[in-house]
Design a protein around this ligand. Structure first.
Ligand SMILES: [Zn+2]
Length: 286
């Protein structure tokens, strides 16, 4: 640890759980407090919104900004995860919209993936790049384990919560993350499906790996809004279709999300919590 580094947030934790998702998830909560958080990496996508679910303090962060003005490749993923951790967050839930790569994963399917394939091209995907922080500390070279990119405890809580709401989820499968913002060609979609991957999204990476690099738990909850590239015969996916299906499902997704928050373990015993054991990051994590 660099002795020069100073924690930017010496205050008590303001939240223990983070949710990276839009206003549809927190607008129904009482007494939501909006706060702005600065990070060494610049501004997060938006303010953070603090609320309470089942006695848990939760920080919500609109991934694309509250006006949905940030396309997936322009999101400041490093600032987002850093901001959550600086509030005290240790467990993060990442609901997102995805395309289904199998005919049986039609619109309205909920997938809790257990694997991830990164096909993004332009994104900053690490905190440990040797670039000095504003406080003068320099991150060391750190190679985190990422064989299992998602938190097993978080996945179990999400699957149980969906079942509790009568929405049988797909438990497992791989999410391939593409650069976007365009959707896939039919050839790309066929190729992704042929690999055995389940769903395709645009934000799951580097969100998941940056969480791991900060020792945070990260759980993806992927709502299928379309059959990617129309599965051979359709018209291909449109943005309007994605928004329409998402808005139609946001109510039950919110209920599952809240039950997942309530079902997360209070004490972390998962591998994510030990991701940085024995590691000197060179910088002080918030
Ligand atoms: Zn975990």
């Amino acid at each position: 640890m660099n002795a020069q580094a100073e924690s930017p947030s010496p205050r008590a934790p303001q939240a223990e759980t983070g949710v990276i998702g839009g206003s549809g998830f927190y607008s129904f909560l009482d007494d939501v407090v909006e706060i702005t958080v600065e990070t060494p990496y610049g501004e997060p996508s938006d303010s953070l919104f603090l609320g309470e679910i089942a006695g848990r303090r939760v920080a919500f962060l609109p991934r694309h900004g509250r006006k949905h003005h940030l396309p997936p490749h322009r999101i400041n993923y490093r600032a987002n995860l850093w901001a959550l951790r600086s509030l005290g967050v240790r467990q993060v839930l990442g609901p997102c919209a995805v395309g289904g790569l199998r005919p049986e994963y039609g619109p309205g399917t909920l997938v809790v993936p257990d694997q991830l394939v990164d096909r993004t091209t332009s994104r900053v995907r690490t905190y440990y790049d040797g670039e000095p922080l504003p406080d003068g500390s320099v991150p060391n070279v750190v190679h985190v384990s990422f064989a299992d990119p998602y938190c097993e405890a978080g996945r179990a809580a999400a699957v149980a919560a969906a079942r509790g709401q009568g929405w049988e989820p797909v438990d497992g499968g791989a999410m391939v993350v593409i650069e976007g913002p365009r959707f896939s060609t039919r050839a790309e979609s066929r190729w992704h499906a042929a690999q055995g991957w389940s769903v395709v999204g645009m934000t799951g990476h580097p969100e998941a790996v940056l969480a791991r690099e900060l020792g945070l738990c990260y759980t993806s909850m992927a709502l299928v809004t379309d059959l990617d590239a129309g599965a051979e015969t359709g018209e291909g996916v449109s943005h309007e279709e994605v928004l329409e299906v998402f808005s139609r499902n946001v109510g039950r997704l919110r209920r599952v999300l809240f039950d997942t928050v309530a079902g997360l373990p209070v004490e972390r015993n998962c591998a994510c919590a030990r991701a940085l054991d024995g590691v000197d990051p060179g910088i002080r994590l918030p």
